[in-house]
Write a protein that binds this ligand. Structure first.
Ligand SMILES: Cc1cc2nc3c(=O)[nH]c(=O)nc-3n(C[C@H](O)[C@H](O)[C@H](O)COP(=O)(O)OP(=O)(O)OC[C@H]3O[C@@H](n4cnc5c(N)ncnc54)[C@H](O)[C@@H]3O)c2cc1C
Length: 438
């Protein structure tokens, strides 16, 4: 839905089909980080769904007491580091936003069957078919698009344990700004406050388990968590985003967040190829950039899962003892406790020359190519030819106000990734290299 909105805003025409008649009402994602909030602002739904800021995440061990306290207070790029939310409300906000555009249609109750790549036709249920230049599989964990492209998960790690997710309502929570993981191997559970006096528990199911009495349960579901990654996120004209491309256990709260990163990365590239005759090759960078990062988030979640649900007390002793011990070392303490343990959204390979990390947010992110001069307007340093080529590609040229040690030229992509930078005297060369790349 987020991808469709970003494309619709660029004037791209498209069709969404969803086999479900309704937005999924069950309990799934509950937390979002600042990356996700930055993307949702670009999508235009910021402020359209309720959020609760989370200031700390605490891990408690039955053997060592509090073993870690991650500080999630404060903001990055103007967005809270961590919030909780109500997924159906966010999905409704996205669907409402999408309806503002008439170049994208949404059909519910229609199922994808197969894709004829040569003719560019996606075959849907009830003899309906759609001719398209690109097909994006955002069809979740059991993606048929993924299977139809021979990109199915090779190794699908399915956890043995079953977890019961319980969302209660009208719950007067103590410590309503903190998430707590009770990492007891006998019955681990996180407790998570959420907007609208909601509260969530995720219980690993054991024999004889019963829900604490007196809760007003709003919704519940049982899941077996999984960790898997598609061998590629794209093939020819097909792309995979979200759970269709990667599945993660929820211990790092990164499943939906990774899906939003996919959408943001892919949307401008598709729009650029469709509208501005950008070279098709740039689409290859989607897999190059997104797959390694999604993988590192899955690894983080698997690691967090070992801390949260060690299989027995001996494992708890080793794993939780190590975390408790390391947490006393200043370097590790800073790394773990200041939320730095989360792999940075920095690419090693992809569509950039020098950079690959995120540019800090301006007052509100613009979704164009931008050439910035720090403390100096670089326009006068550019050849007429490059300036015109830049502007033809929708590029902007801007002076970044402030005090800087040196004057730099920095090129930023529509998804806020730094593409190239260097001394401002080389602005024309930097721009030439970027133009050749795209
Ligand atoms: C207990 C739990 C807690 C979680 N907590 C978090 C969290 O805190 N933070 C976080 O970021 N993530 C979390 N996640 C993960 C998050 O919920 C998912 O990553 C996210 O919802 C996936 O979104 P998606 O759009 O990729 O897939 P889905 O939401 O599964 O959407 C797929 C859509 O495709 C449709 N579809 C499927 N097959 C077809 C077909 N053949 N034809 C047409 N349509 C089809 C479906 O009807 C569905 O609407 C959690 C997940 C669980 C289970």
């Amino acid at each position: 839905m987020a991808l469709a909105i970003l494309l619709a805003e660029e004037g791209i025409k498209g069709t969404i089909i969803d086999s479900a008649e309704e937005i999924y009402p069950g309990p799934r994602a509950i937390s979002l980080d600042h990356d996700a909030l930055r993307i949702l602002q670009a999508v235009g739904v910021e402020g359209s769904f309720d959020q609760t800021s989370i200031n700390k995440v605490i891990f408690k061990s039955p053997l060592f007491g509090e073993i870690a306290r991650v500080n999630t207070s404060g903001k990055v790029d103007g967005h809270p580091k961590l919030v909780t939310f109500f997924q159906p409300q966010l999905e409704r906000a996205l669907e409402k936003k999408l309806k503002e555009f008439n170049n994208f249609e949404l059909f519910r109750g229609v199922t994808f069957h197969s894709f004829d790549e040569k003719k560019g036709i996606a075959f849907l249920g009830d003899k309906l078919d759609v001719k398209c230049r690109f097909l994006v599989g955002a069809d979740g964990a059991n993606s048929l698009v993924r299977k139809s492209q021979g990109l199915d998960f090779k190794k699908r790690k399915v956890y043995q344990e079953e977890w019961l997710i319980v969302d209660a309502k009208d719950f007067e929570a103590k410590n309503g700004d903190q998430i707590e993981f009770n990492c007891d191997p006998r019955s681990p559970y996180p407790r998570i406050p959420a907007p609208g006096k909601r509260f969530r528990w995720e219980f690993k199911l054991n024999k004889g388990f019963s829900i604490p009495p007196g809760l007003q349960i709003e919704r519940k579901a049982i899941y077996r968590f999984q960790a898997s990654l598609a061998p590629r996120f794209s093939k020819g004209q097909c792309f995979l985003v979200g759970d269709a491309a990667h599945l993660t256990p929820p211990f790092a709260g990164q499943g939906l967040v990774s899906g939003l990163r996919d959408a943001f990365n892919l949307s401008w590239k598709l729009a650029f190829v469709l509208k501005k005759n950008g070279h098709k090759k740039i689409l290859e960078s989607y897999d190059q950039e997104r797959r390694p990062h999604a993988k590192s988030m899955i690894n983080l979640a698997i690691w967090a899962g070992r801390v949260v649900m060690p299989s027995n007390f001996l494992m708890a002793f080793f794993i939780q003892g190590t975390v408790a011990g390391l947490g006393r070392l200043p370097f590790f303490k800073k790394y773990l406790l200041d939320f730095k343990i989360r792999p940075k959204n920095n690419f090693k390979r992809g569509l950039f020359i020098k950079g690959g990390g995120l540019f800090p947010q301006e007052v509100k992110d613009r979704r164009t190519f931008r050439l910035f001069g720090t403390g100096e307007d670089p326009t006068g340093l550019l050849s007429e030819k490059n300036r015109i080529r830049w502007e033809e590609n929708g590029g902007e040229i801007l002076k970044l106000e402030g005090t800087f040690d040196s004057h730099q030229a920095i090129v930023v992509r529509p998804d806020q990734v730094i593409m190239h930078y260097g001394p401002i005297q080389k602005a024309d060369k930097i721009l030439s290299e970027v133009l050749n790349l795209i």
